[in-house]
Design a protein around this ligand. Structure first.
Ligand code: PLP
Length: 369
């Protein structure tokens, strides 16, 4: 085996054809490159069923850059943001708003609990100053699926605006603008869309972007300006990540060929089922009950057996060809295994074989916490 499989939530394993799409150089004003950008932007709004109301604005950098561009551009300087938090990515949005200098409040629940629409309802009733609500679709900290549809209903009922971080869900879990009214959603090339890292994007209401001139705290993260640039001449304001876009165009074609969001989500659901059932068979316990678990990344409680040493487990799995992910939780000692990327049932079963062999080599009788 030459390269390990990445059982991580991004960067993740990509197809050979996605990697091969990067084997040429592109001029940023090249007609073919401009056509590629147009195609990518159009496909992204289609994936959210938002072509009539929204536009896609790509942003250089990792996913966090796109989220920060969304918050800084769409929450006006005199606006107030309410962040629903149940993990590190919600906390990151709160921190961004503080750094940018926007008024921000939060409703925080434990990492193994979904965000609560009823508490949100009360908070919006109590505070008329709140203009925007931010929520994380799948909180990658734990792998929990948040109830974005119920959250969107309440935000709409109160006449406020919803900003979604769907980084680790977009492309695999449905997010339909007709069912989940949102002002903007941020995601990136290198999670469920299986591109390579280097760019994020925001799908935002065109009317909101048009009204957002002068809001941004930053030149390079000004989504309004970035959008105006694309509309004016279909070009990026600053050096585009050309190879990342070439790979992303290929990745979007492969996503479509797999059956779009439904097809991608179905493969990940099978991957998740094989992983969870197999790990439970070895005695491991998941942090979350199945009803709250998104088919993206799974958190397992650390085994109690003193022979289990996480760093050794990680290293031996790496030698057997699989990279996993340490835990990021405050509620429990844990580690994570992703089920997204160019992996299917055969690779998930091979990962379980490697885990079984590693436990045997370490002398761990059971993964029970
Ligand atoms: C991966 C991820 C991000 C962005 O992380 P980057 O490291 O900046 O790409 C943001 N939110 C969620 C929920 C994520 O999973």
């Amino acid at each position: 085996m030459t390269e390990p499989y990445l059982l991580t939530p991004g960067p993740l394993t990509t197809s050979r054809t996605v990697k091969e799409a990067m084997l040429r150089d592109w001029g940023s004003r090249d007609g073919a490159f401009i056509a590629l950008n147009r195609r990518i932007r159009a496909r992204l709004v289609e994936l959210a069923n938002a072509a009539d109301s929204h536009v896609a604005v790509p942003v250089q950098g990792s996913g966090t850059f796109a989220v920060e561009a969304m918050i800084g551009t769409l929450v006006p300087r005199d606006g107030k943001l309410l962040v629903l938090i149940n993990g590190a990515y919600g906390k990151r949005i709160q921190r961004m708003a503080e750094v940018i200098g926007r008024r921000v409040v939060a409703i925080e629940v434990a990492e193994d609990q979904p965000v609560d629409p009823a508490t949100l309802d009360d908070a919006l009733s109590a505070d008329a100053d709140i203009t925007h609500v931010a929520v994380v679709h799948c909180e990658t900290t734990s792998g929990i699926l948040n109830p974005v549809e119920a959250v969107a209903d309440i935000v709409a009922r109160h006449g406020r605006r919803l900003l979604i971080d769907s980084m680790s869900a977009f492309g695999a879990l449905p997010l339909d603008a007709a069912r989940v009214p949102f002002e903007a959603v941020a995601a990136s090339a290198n999670k469920c869309l299986e591109g390579v890292p280097g760019m994020g994007f925001v799908i935002a209401r065109a009317d909101a972007l048009a009204a957002a001139k002068g809001n941004a705290h930053s030149l390079s993260l000004d989504l309004h300006d970035q959008w105006r640039g694309f509309e004016a001449n279909a070009q990026w304001r600053f050096t585009p990540p050309t190879h990342v876009l070439a790979a992303f165009g290929q990745a979007l074609d492969e996503h479509e060929a797999e059956g779009g969001v439904a097809g991608r989500g179905a493969r990940y659901a099978v991957n998740g089922r094989i992983l969870i059932d197999g790990m439970r068979g070895l005695g491991f316990e998941t942090l979350l009950p199945d009803a709250l678990q998104a088919p993206i990344i799974v958190t397992f409680r650390m085994p109690a057996d003193p022979a289990f040493v996480f760093d050794a487990f990680y290293d031996q799995l790496r030698e057997r060809g699989f990279v996993i992910y340490p835990g990021k939780l405050t509620v429990a000692d844990s580690f994570r295994i992703g089920c997204i990327g160019r992996l299917g049932a055969a690779e998930m079963r091979a990962a379980l074989d490697a885990i079984r062999a590693t436990l045997d080599a370490m002398g761990v009788a059971s993964g029970a916490p």
